[in-house]
Ligand binder design. Structure first.
Ligand code: PBG
Length: 325
């Protein structure tokens, strides 16, 4: 036999030598849920191990993440129902929960990259990412100024990168224009480019109590059957000035990650979403899977598919394991 591929797998040293992809804490982004109050830590039942934290605890969490080598967090606010309305007006409150949290992270852990979420749903009484009219339609162009005001308000609070997760048409260019007008030319945009209408977001909606009050998100989030459409979205987002593009969810959409990695001229991120986290946790708690091993294997799958950055609820523990290694 001339060809024996097993030679390159003979021992750990040679396997390390020929390894094609590497999982580093450098590439991880930890999503965090912020809640009002002081010293509050509230579990998310469908995401064992994940908690909603008050701002003071978020500060501590960020300091620890930074220590572990995780250099970016993606923040999501969980507001009381009373603060929600049709126009998501709380989203531009300079002293609101979200802006306060951004400001305090940047004050306490200044180097931490803070990625803020731009979409109406955590603030909307309709639970949709865009403005809803009386007949239940999502109004694209009327939503754009609301998103842009939100982005400017987050940038003013200190966000390094704003991440529109709403899937309205034209929002990246619109937000870029308004950020620049307001002087925030250094604030980046991570576009949720190929965000699919997915049932894997269930636990996230539990965490924020942000499920749509009526209808679903299929007129703006993508159909899970499509990949060509993701290429179109990517071209538009790059042309409109996105600094990074993202695919979401992750594990069921690795082909989309690969497709975008092949055409993109900007870094490609993937969001390993709440439902993916919940699945591995649930199987592990039944003793059916080795948690650490399946998590590392899953995240390596993202790297292999071509992702540069990974948003994952496993980020903190992965960084701990990598450190211990
Ligand atoms: C909404 C938003 C969602 C997630 C991030 N931003 C849910 C949705 O579209 O309903 C989901 C993230 C996750 O499931 O972990 N703007």
């Amino acid at each position: 036999m001339i060809h024996r591929p097993r030679r390159n797998r003979n021992n750990a040293a040679i396997r390390r030598l020929v390894r094609e992809n590497h999982l580093l804490a450098d590439d991880l982004i930890m999503p965090l849920f912020v809640i009002p109050g002081e010293n509050r830590r509230v579990a998310v039942p469908s995401m064992p191990g994940i908690h909603r934290l008050s701002v003071d605890l978020i500060e501590k969490e960020c300091a620890q993440l930074w220590e572990l080598g995780v250099s970016a967090v993606a923040l999501f606010p969980a507001l009381d129902g009373a603060q929600k309305d049709r126009h998501a007006s709380e989203s531009v409150n300079p002293d609101g929960l979200y802006q306060t949290c951004i400001r305090r992270i940047k004050k306490n852990v200044p180097e931490m990259i803070v990625i803020s979420d731009v979409a109406m749903d955590p603030y909307s009484s309709d639970g949709h990412d865009g403005l809803v009219d009386d007949s239940g339609r999502i109004l694209n162009d009327e939503t754009l100024p609301i998103l842009a005001d939100m982005a400017v308000s987050q940038a003013a609070a200190g966000a390094d990168i704003v991440a529109p997760s709403d899937m309205m048409d034209g929002r990246v260019g619109y937000i870029r224009g308004k950020l620049d007008e307001a002087g925030f030319t250094d604030c980046g945009i991570l576009a949720y480019t190929a965000k699919y209408a997915s049932a894997f977001y269930g636990p996230f909606r539990d965490a924020l109590d942000s499920a749509p009050r009526a209808g679903d998100k299929k007129t703006y989030q993508m159909d899970s059957a499509n990949v060509r459409e993701a290429l179109r979205e990517a071209e538009l987002d790059m042309a409109e000035g996105a600094d990074m593009i993202m695919v979401k969810p992750g594990l069921p959409y690795l082909d989309v990650v690969r497709a975008l990695a092949e055409i993109s001229t900007v870094p490609v991120a993937v969001y390993n979403v709440s439902g993916e986290y919940a699945m591995l946790r649930a199987a592990a708690s039944n003793g059916w899977l080795d948690y650490e091993k399946v998590v590392l294997e899953s995240l390596m799958g993202f790297k292999r598919a071509g992702a540069d950055l990974i948003l994952s609820y496993h980020a903190r523990e992965v960084a701990e394991w990598l450190r211990a290694d």
